[in-house]
Write a protein that binds this ligand. Structure first.
Ligand code: 7HP
Length: 181
């Protein structure tokens, strides 16, 4: 496996990601002025986005992490959700902002959001870096979107294929030959 040569084309450069994440941070900061949100980062794909967005958020805030399985090592959603890692923080009465790297079918995320809502946060909003609206199977309310993208398999900036490519500093479309497409 070659890291960069497995990428068919670059969808968003490091610079474009930086600019957009800063814009999102500014927008979220305005909306949460006077509040102290808990950022709930959905692992593992969101770790890089979370680190950058949190630095772009000039606001007192906390971060916590959650993980659910849905994809295995494949490229499509099974629709099944298993909680692998739960939050450490109690979110009751808190303003929760869920951070997700990519919104695809919505199956996993809608289940996770339902689970979080049962814990009675004061508010809950969803912030996604990438949205693939064509892939949606379950409706999910998104409050902040970095980019809407076409239905292509993307890697980098935290996003993986088979746990690889997360360390690419840009987001690229993976060559279908890599996953036998
Ligand atoms: C999940 C996912 N992970 C990596 N790349 C994509 O294009 C993806 N869609 N859904």
């Amino acid at each position: 496996m070659e890291l960069h040569s497995d990428v068919e084309s670059v969808l968003f450069t490091e610079e474009q990601l930086k600019t957009r994440v800063k814009e999102m941070g500014a927008e979220i900061r305005r909306d949460y002025a006077g509040k102290e949100p808990v950022l709930v980062s959905i692992l593992r794909g969101s770790f890089m986005f979370t680190a950058d967005l949190m630095r772009a958020l000039d606001l007192p805030c906390k971060v916590d992490f959650m993980a659910a399985s849905s994809y295995g090592s494949g490229t499509s959603s099974s629709g099944q959700v298993k909680l692998i890692k739960d939050l450490v923080e109690d979110i009751e009465g808190k303003d929760v902002l869920v951070l997700e790297d990519i919104l695809d079918s919505g199956n996993t995320l809608s289940s996770l959001l339902e689970l979080l809502k049962e814990r009675k946060p004061a508010s809950i909003k969803l912030c996604v870096l990438l949205d693939k609206p064509e892939r949606r199977e379950k409706p999910v309310a998104v409050h902040y979107t970095g980019f809407s993208i076409p239905d292509a398999f993307v890697v980098g900036y935290g996003l993986d294929y088979d746990e690889k490519y997360r360390n690419l500093p840009y987001i690229g479309i993976l060559k279908p030959s890599v996953y036998g497409g």
